[in-house]
Ligand binder design. Sequence first.
Ligand code: ZN
Length: 475
Amino acid sequence: MDEYEVIIGLEIHVELLTKTKMFCSCLTKFGGSPNTYICPVCVGFPGVLPVINKKAIELAIKTGIAFNSNISKFCRFARKNYFYPDLPKNYQISQYQEPIATGGYLEIDGKKINFKRIHLEEDAGKLLHPEGAGYSYVDFNRSGIPLLEIVTEPDIKSPEEGEKFLEKLKQILEYLEISDCNMEEGSLRCDANISIRKKGEKELGVKTEVKNMNSFKSVRKALLYESKRQIEILKRGEKIVQETRLWNEKEEITESMRTKEEAHDYRYFPEPDLVPIEINNEWIEEIKNQIKELPDERKERFKKDYGLSDYDSSILISHKGIADYFEICVKLYKKPKIIANWIMGELLAQIKGKILKADDIPLKPPHLIEILKMIDEGKITGSIGKEIFKESYQTGISPIEIVNKKNLIQIQDENLLEKVVEEVLKENEKAVSDWKKGKEQAVAFLVGQVMRKTKGKANPNLAKEILIKYLKNLK
Ligand SMILES: [Zn+2]
């Protein structure tokens, strides 16, 4: 692989978070019964007229500003002519020579990945192929949802860099609140152009386009597979065929879908049913003012304001919902490091990678704080706290209620603990003799036995203290 260089450009499609579709007033909801959010405009009845959704234009401008793109003063929609069963008009309204923004970049690890353009279009419907049925269904709910396309220059030099770029892009789009960026639901989709050249060469090699990657992991895997495939072809002295290939998630390979000969000629022309859009500086300024703190700024602020490490801050800001949740908690209880630890450990384990807004996290901030306060006040042990966390997260019952109902208050009573210690010492003669021989670890084991007998409720420090006192008396 060393003598070759991988060159990758990405095309990212993002469904915008508008209430209604790009050119009609149908809702953009995901998951409704098929063909319930549709009207004559988005299913392409003859004679209907589209009307531009202003909010979608604003979100596109917002994205352009955030990535330092040039916002066009004048832009226009164009008809992209092609037939597909989920595209009832036989053309898609998109942008061609006059996109809403050009240029711009996103920096990863100090390197700029440049953008070619950002443009707006409408999404197509969705085909469903029931297995073995011999026919297909078409659902137009998605048809006409505003779609933002971001096209990068071929600046990405490895599959890992491609994955990193996409992760950071998604993070920023989430912070801009322009999309929920849910790859599983298809609100963020990514295609890649990939080619190989010998190191030191200037010309780009023949590229293939890879589609159908549905997660960050599959983007990295598909790019890795495709770059290796191309290198092997070149090593055999053969030529790469310019074609579109589909990522097969199950078999983890890319497969040929169509070659260049079959590629479409879209016959673009300016959309006659829509007026061109003029974007003046005041409008751009107004949108610029709506952009709040972006992830990198927030990370720096977390380090400065809360004294958190670079690592902790990066994890907390990686999802906007988590960062918001953290800040709500810190307002309630000024122990940022402890709160950060619980969020990174217990909360992320429960969320399991699902993107949630702070409000949608089932364990409410006051409940997390209840747990932390009970631990700090010595009412419960840390390990009981973790159990309560899980239960409260899953059931919504308040931690205090759980503690009272299950009688989980920490045992601080010395007399009670002394009795347990006596029992433990009697039952674990081997550990006791180990300790006598100088094995310090035996104490930890014995404390563990005390904790087990008290179902985790003993105050561990007190238990250890009493244990050592007893052991010394035995000598
Ligand atoms: Zn509609």
